[in-house]
Design a protein around this ligand. Structure first.
Ligand code: SF4
Length: 724
């Protein structure tokens, strides 16, 4: 391995959850350095998403695109990541300027990478510049050294695959063995040919005795990584994990962790049973409540859906009775996996592989293409991970193209094969073409936002129909906002989740506001006011999880028995009390839940400023496709006519209820559009924005962010600050 640059360093120990050091690598120069963080930086930006936001705000401009040398790829946990005594502490954030949205994206991922990086002495890693040749980074805390080296080659098959390459690299670095003291992040060849490349977080699982992976899946973080010429990063530390954060109050941490673990082990088996089934357990709920995407979100359930429910995967694929935490100490342990699956299709057909997943989102990405075959779900899952492709964006873009075929905008001649709903061989071909950047895969790899334009141009040239007229139609069912594909929930019957997707600063990904379960399944947001209030509160607390380095599932997916006795059970505040206690005990502060929400709001305002600077922050950027608001076409209305007619009668009364179904459909669409616009008005006001979704100067000032750059952004929208 040819070493190109080296930094020798003395690791700063973790104290109260922080090392107060960032590792900075410029791949262009090349240079490697450490940055000491001030107390003010730490207190204002917390960690994780906050650190990524601040580094991107400072280091990039309105002109920065995903492949610009100045774009920064940030990987950061937070002060609460890395302690196995509390559940869910392996999470970290990958933040950057996205190839899909051209603005800030962050994607959270589990595994051992961030805890090991912290033990190596770094709260975050920030990579800028572009290398002329493919390189890797090695952060070796045991030796106190960081290397940038030429990426070794292990032959074509391994070099092209994120999983294969990572495993070979880790073994090469450690005398042929995998070890819990090492982890890596990688991506695959698909990240080079698409805008939705992922970053795989690889770690050794001693129970399953194999390398496993989790994914930073959304927004093209892997595409940025390969655009920089960075093929992989390895971290190594043999320091003990328990007490990794060197907390100020050790006993407080122990108590908070033990209390949360007790609730998880008692309540999860009575509730979602994630520890047994993993997240595919959601498929059954989603199908039952008409939320499971089928045929590009046209429908929310399907008679064949039970073929991809969790019990099928459990019986056929998932090794049972193994605690599957993605990091040590998580007893919710939802990270299920399958051993020795023989691939039937694609270039690796015949090979036996271990498969990590499927997650619910991957199952639903496949049902969105009209496929209900568990074997294909497993293969789709593995190939996407190996190629470095986001299962969600891949599935949603393929679904969009399939609907274009259904509606005649693309012909079989254009595609070269029969891309109709449920056609497994065709979808399989499109997947491999997308990874290789060939045929229709070249278009698919651009994501829905850009694919819409290609379809409209292509069809306009063939048919003579004006481009704009075609776009109006495609925008009804092109399931993207701000350039990011929707994650896997049909929102037609949940106004709260429509807002959750539309207002999400990064684009429609549920980790910012997953309200569909409490709104449509639990019916805990019955009024318009309840929904609007939830759209402020839930994104705040969720942003905090992404800043401190924690998984949200032990909070949001396991309801504390005492929550029912509180004024708002959906907030699960008795469990949140453990989180606040864990924070105070680790860092040595005295924060309340309200302080935590305020800290989080600062990060949201900063993210909003970045969006405005990048041209994605106003009201028009929050508009969702018609299909996300209601039945875009008459047949969608007809398949749920009972529900829609009841809803319509509630809105207008029996006397005004139209006789003709076409009139009812039109009226529903009209009312849904108005309801969404009303929601925008109320939520923007609640958040301290003007009616165009721009934060008022006093809102920016309140969070101590009103510097010259913020003023310049606000000035572009006619807002200025006058000291009162
Ligand atoms: S709940 Fe699942 S995703 Fe979250 S930390 Fe535990 S194993 Fe990982």
């Amino acid at each position: 391995m040819k070493i190109l640059e080296t930094l020798k360093y003395k690791a700063f120990p973790v104290k109260g959850g922080y090392t107060n050091r960032i590792l900075q690598v410029d791949l262009g120069t090349p240079s490697i350095s450490t940055l000491k963080l001030s107390r003010d930086f730490r207190e204002k930006y917390i960690g994780g998403r906050g650190y990524a936001l601040k580094l991107i705000w400072d280091g990039t401009t309105a002109e920065t695109r995903y492949d610009s040398p100045e774009n920064i790829l940030v990987m950061a946990s937070g002060p609460l990541g890395a302690d196995p005594r509390f559940p869910g502490t392996g999470k970290f954030i990958v933040g950057t300027i996205s190839p899909l949205t051209d603005t800030f994206i962050d994607s959270n991922v589990g595994g051992h990478f961030a805890p090991l990086l912290k033990l190596c002495g770094f709260d975050a890693l920030a990579v800028s510049g572009v290398s002329k040749t493919d390189v890797i980074l090695i952060v070796d805390g045991d030796e106190g050294v960081v290397h940038m080296a030429e990426a070794p080659s292990f032959g074509d098959d391994a070099d092209f695959g994120g999983l294969s390459y990572g495993e070979r690299l880790l073994k090469t670095f450690n005398q042929g063995k995998l070890s819990e003291d090492m982890a890596a992040v990688t991506t695959g060849i698909g990240a080079r040919h698409t805008r939705f490349g992922i970053i795989n977080s690889l770690f050794y699982d001693k129970r399953r005795k194999r390398m496993r992976c989790k994914q930073a899946g959304r927004g093209g973080t892997g595409t940025v990584m390969l655009a920089k010429g960075l093929k992989a990063i390895i971290v190594r530390s043999n320091l003990p994990r328990v007490q990794a954060n060197n907390p100020v109050d050790k006993e407080g941490v122990r108590e908070a962790g033990a209390d949360l673990k007790k609730v998880v082990s008692k309540m999860d088996p009575q509730q979602l049973r994630l520890s047994s089934w993993g997240t595919p357990v959601l498929s059954e709920y989603m199908d039952k409540f008409h939320i499971l995407p089928v045929n590009n979100y046209q429908y929310g359930s399907h008679p064949d859906a039970s073929k991809v429910f969790a019990d099928v995967f459990l019986d056929r694929y998932l090794a049972k009775n193994i605690p599957d935490g993605c990091y040590t100490g998580c007893n919710l342990a939802c990270a299920k996996g399958a051993e020795n699956v023989t691939l039937k299709r694609g270039p690796q057909a015949g090979q036996q592989v271990g498969i990590d997943g499927p997650e619910y989102e991957t199952v639903a990405a496949v049902t969105s293409m009209g496929i209900f075959d568990p074997e294909f779900v497993m293969e789709y899952n593995w190939y996407c991970d190996e190629y470095g492709l986001d299962t969600i964006s891949m599935g949603v873009t393929a679904s969009f193209l399939m609907e274009c075929v259904q509606r005649g905008y693309i012909s079989t001649q254009d595609v070269g094969y029969d891309l109709s709903w449920g056609h497994i061989e065709a979808v399989d071909q499109l997947l491999h073409e997308t990874a290789r950047g060939e045929g229709l895969g070249k278009i698919c790899g651009q994501g829905v936002h850009r694919a819409k334009k290609w379809v409209a141009q292509n069809y306009a040239a063939k048919s003579g129909v004006p481009y704009e007229q075609i776009m109006v139609e495609l925008e009804k069912f092109g399931m993207e906002v701000k350039g990011l594909e929707f994650s896997m929930y049909v929102t037609k019957e949940s106004l709260a989740q429509q807002g959750g997707y539309g207002f999400a600063l990064k684009g429609p990904q549920h980790d910012e506001a997953w309200l569909i379960f409490i709104d449509q399944v639990h019916k805990e947001l019955p009024t318009f006011e309840d929904k609007a209030a939830a759209l402020k509160w839930f994104p705040l607390i969720r942003t905090w999880f992404n800043a401190v380095g924690l998984c949200k599932l032990p909070w949001i997916d396991v309801r504390h028995p005492e929550a029912a006795n509180t004024d708002n059970p959906a907030k699960n505040q008795p469990t949140l009390a453990y989180y606040v206690k864990y924070l105070n005990a680790t860092v040595g502060c005295k924060k309340t839940l309200q302080n935590v929400l305020d800290d989080s709001e600062r990060l949201q305002v900063l993210q909003k400023l970045i969006n405005l600077r990048q041209g994605k922050g106003t009201r028009s950027s929050d508009i969702i496709p018609l299909r996300a608001m209601g039945p875009a076409y008459l047949d969608e209305y007809e398949t749920r006519a009972d529900y829609y007619d009841t809803w319509l009668r509630e809105q207008i009364g029996e006397e005004k209820f139209p006789d003709a179904k076409e009139d009812r459909h039109e009226l529903i669409i009209d009312l849904r559009k108005k309801a969404y616009q009303n929601l925008c008005d109320v939520v923007y006001k609640e958040k301290g924005y003007n009616s165009d979704a721009v934060p008022l100067p006093e809102t920016v000032k309140k969070f101590d962010l009103l510097d010259d750059r913020a003023l310049a952004v606000l000035d572009e929208f006619g807002l200025s600050w006058k000291e009162k």
